[in-house]
Design a protein around this ligand. Structure first.
Ligand code: HEC
Ligand code: HEC
Length: 385
């Protein structure tokens, strides 16, 4: 549709090219990033808005303009994105870290062009997950402006949520999210994928800075006092956000080798396999307490687990546990992916992390086996107990 057809007159082709600005990769020069609400799930107990929510009702148009004025010199515009920390404080600059590769103007421009072509209709111009298609999807596309990413190999021992590593983002973009509408972009070149990752990180940094500054503005009665407080806080906010992206590589949870892989299939005798399977079943039901959400047969039927009918994610969207008998795993189906999901949980959802005290590495591996086996043996997964 974007190339002019030789059967059409030159006049028509030119007319269509002018009428279809979407055919041009680049964002319009005068387009600016805009404020989009940072919504969260209300407190389930009190039903009050989440304390870190930032909505249009809280921020006047004038306050939104202040935000835009503070952010633009640092983060640029969609056509010319940048991360120019020195604009906030001369002593600040981006560390030379492979996780932050490509946050230069040339790569970000390429990333923003590709993002516009491939991601924008779902993830939105500012990365809020509210693109034109995004509104209709369940689960909805990720809001890139928080630390809450689901499919990570990273783990923060302090209990804080760790950002995904570049490798995690690469995997999501390459494989897509099976069972959700996020498509695979395996056909992009390595350079293109890296440019898009850098641009997603840019949107994350910009969105989190906007959120932090916005929270300062809403807490001040007087807008100009709020603006000077925000300006003062800006260097520290940026420093923390940059650090969060350079830290996460050190937080990658190494996948310990499986004691014997695959445990169940390689068991030397049928009795040994059955014994391992019983142990795994026991972990699923008792020690791991997986049945509390996934149900005894792994389907998470709300008739068995009534909470599943009302379970929601961090943003307030309905999110029942995965039906484990389907064999569709959003974060990837390699044993190692499932190891990370069961060990580290899925941020922003009820799927909990388990530490070594709760389940040893060997026990997590047994659960990985069990979960993988559940879909393979579907529908007859009843085990002799
Ligand atoms: C058709 C809609 C759609 C398109 C196009 C799309 N995504 Fe997504 N994306 C989603 C959905 C839906 C999710 C959330 C899946 C979930 O929560 O399980 C998601 C999630 C993500 C995540 C978060 C993964 C995590 O760990 O939380 C990243 C990163 C991402 N997409 C990047 C991209 C990039 C980059 C592009 C363009 C190259 C893109 N997406 C294009 C729908 C889309
Ligand atoms: C408190 C509820 C809860 C408990 C307990 C729970 N899960 Fe989950 N689980 C969920 C939810 C919700 C999802 C869906 C997350 C999503 O789609 O983003 C999920 C998803 C999963 C997935 C799918 C991962 C993917 O990539 O799609 C697996 C596998 C899984 N759980 C295994 C387990 C195992 C094993 C246990 C026990 C150790 C367990 N869960 C305990 C709520 C729970």
């Amino acid at each position: 549709m974007c190339s002019s057809s030789r059967y059409w007159s030159v006049f028509l082709a030119v007319g269509i090219a002018v009428a279809l600005p979407g055919c041009e990769d680049r964002y319009p020069e005068d387009l600016e990033y805009y404020f989009s609400p940072h919504t969260r799930r209300p407190d389930p107990q009190t039903n009050k808005p989440a304390p870190d929510e930032l909505t249009e009702a809280q921020l006047s148009t004038a306050a939104q303009q202040v935000l835009a004025r503070l952010l633009k010199p640092i983060f640029g515009t969609p056509a010319h994105p940048k991360v120019d920390l020195a604009q906030a404080d001369e002593s600040l600059s981006l560390p030379d870290d492979p996780e932050l590769a490509g946050l230069n103007e040339k790569t970000l421009e390429e990333g923003s062009r590709l993002y516009r072509r491939f991601c924008i209709h779902c993830h939105g111009i500012v990365g809020d997950g509210r693109g034109s298609t995004g509104r209709w999807l369940n689960p909805p596309p990720r809001d890139f402006r928080t630390i809450w990413f689901k499919f990570r190999s990273t783990y923060d021992p302090s209990g804080a949520i760790a950002l995904p590593s570049r490798a995690d983002l690469r995997r999501t973009i390459h494989n897509g999210v099976p069972g959700a509408s996020m498509p695979s972009f395996a056909l992009l070149s390595e350079r293109e994928t890296e440019a898009i990752i850098s641009y997603v990180i840019h949107l994350n940094m910009r969105g989190r800075t906007e959120h932090a500054l916005g929270r300062i503005l809403v807490q001040q009665q007087d807008l100009s006092a709020g603006e000077s407080e925000a300006l003062q806080a800006l260097p520290d906010i940026l420093r923390n956000i940059v650090q969060s992206w350079t830290r996460q590589k050190k937080l990658v949870k190494p996948v310990p080798p499986a004691p014997r892989w695959p445990i169940i299939e390689t068991a030397s005798t049928a009795e040994e396999a059955a014994a391992l399977m019983r142990r795994a079943r026991d972990l699923f039901v008792n020690k791991g307490a997986c049945v509390q959400c996934h149900g005894v047969d792994g389907r998470g039927d709300p008739r068995e687990v009534p909470d599943n009918a009302v379970r929601r994610d961090f943003w307030g969207n309905p999110l029942p546990p995965r039906d484990l008998t389907q064999g569709v795993f959003r974060g990837g189906s390699r044993p190692q992916d499932l190891f990370w999901r069961i060990r580290l949980g899925i941020a922003g959802t009820d799927m909990p992390a388990t530490d070594e005290k709760q389940l040893s590495d060997e026990e997590v591996w047994l659960l990985v086996n069990y979960v993988m086996n559940m879909s393979r043996t579907r529908p007859a997964i009843t085990l002799a107990e």
